[in-house]
Design a protein around this ligand. Structure first.
Ligand SMILES: [Zn+2]
Length: 260
């Protein structure tokens, strides 16, 4: 789904990874070497990626505060990858779009392809949840914390947001051996949060497969954030013709600038 390139940004030894979207879904022709995603679609999807990262970072900070207030020890050396968008521009030194961009020319405003830029990560990836399966595969504090965080996200957003495909790489976080989260997918009632959003099916998959661990219990999530679908996000009400529930046209939680 992603096209990635590793580049050196010219500063010190910092290595970054840039990526763009090549296929909008896994169902697309895997044998095709060229992208079927336009530059505009690519940018919109990458912007959605940045918004997800910003939202995740905010919710993670809230979760840490919540656990602190409850005096429950959790694994706190976790953070979301720093990320920003970079768009190729038609300036003197680059008269043509990069070969990697797969574009033949810049658009009328001089823009080429947009890339999502992230720090280069360790090769090792720890997968905590998949798109539709949110069961825990371990019992260490880091794993318990991630799954408990997933429950917090569901609860704190009144069941309107589920984080899926939670994965990370081992890294130093605030001086400790920790975890950098990246490429997180989300499920939202209207399915509009970007690639991999399965809408209500995705939200239901969390309700059905998340199993509360001891951290969830100590944080009293079973009482504060019960695992049930909120009545008002169950979908469009056929009688009023609205888009239904909390989502509707209110995408305020998903608006944001390019900086994540
Ligand atoms: Zn739980």
């Amino acid at each position: 789904m992603w096209g990635k390139r590793e580049v050196n940004d010219g500063k010190e030894d910092r290595r970054v990874v840039v990526k763009r979207v090549y296929r909008a879904s896994d169902d697309d022709d895997r044998l095709s070497t060229s992208s079927n995603v336009t530059a505009v679609q690519n940018r919109a999807l990458l912007e959605a990626d940045c918004v997800r990262i910003s939202l995740g970072r905010k919710l993670l900070a809230d979760f840490f505060s919540y656990a602190k207030e409850m005096d429950v020890a959790i694994f706190t050396a976790i953070e979301f990858t720093p990320a920003y968008l970079a768009t190729e521009k038609s300036i003197q030194v680059t008269r043509a779009p990069s070969v990697a961009s797969d574009l033949e020319s810049f658009d009328s405003s001089g823009d080429g392809i947009t890339w999502l830029v992230e720090d280069k990560r360790a090769a090792a990836v720890i997968q905590f949840t998949s798109t539709l399966n949110h069961k825990a595969r371990g019992t260490d504090l880091q794993t318990l914390t991630i799954h408990s965080f997933a429950h917090y996200v569901f609860g704190a957003t009144n069941g309107t947001l589920v984080m899926a495909d939670i994965q990370g790489t081992p890294a130093t976080v605030r001086g400790n051996d920790g975890l950098i989260l990246f490429d997180i997918m989300t499920h939202t009632p209207d399915g509009g949060s970007g690639l991999g959003d399965f809408g209500m099916d995705g939200i239901e998959s969390f309700v059905n497969s998340h199993q509360c661990n001891q951290l969830c219990k100590r944080l009293e999530f079973d009482e504060v954030f019960p695992l049930e679908l909120a009545a008002d996000v169950l979908g469009p009400d056929v009688t009023d013709g609205s888009e239904g529930g909390i989502t509707g046209d209110d995408n305020s939680a998903f608006s944001g600038d390019d900086q994540a």
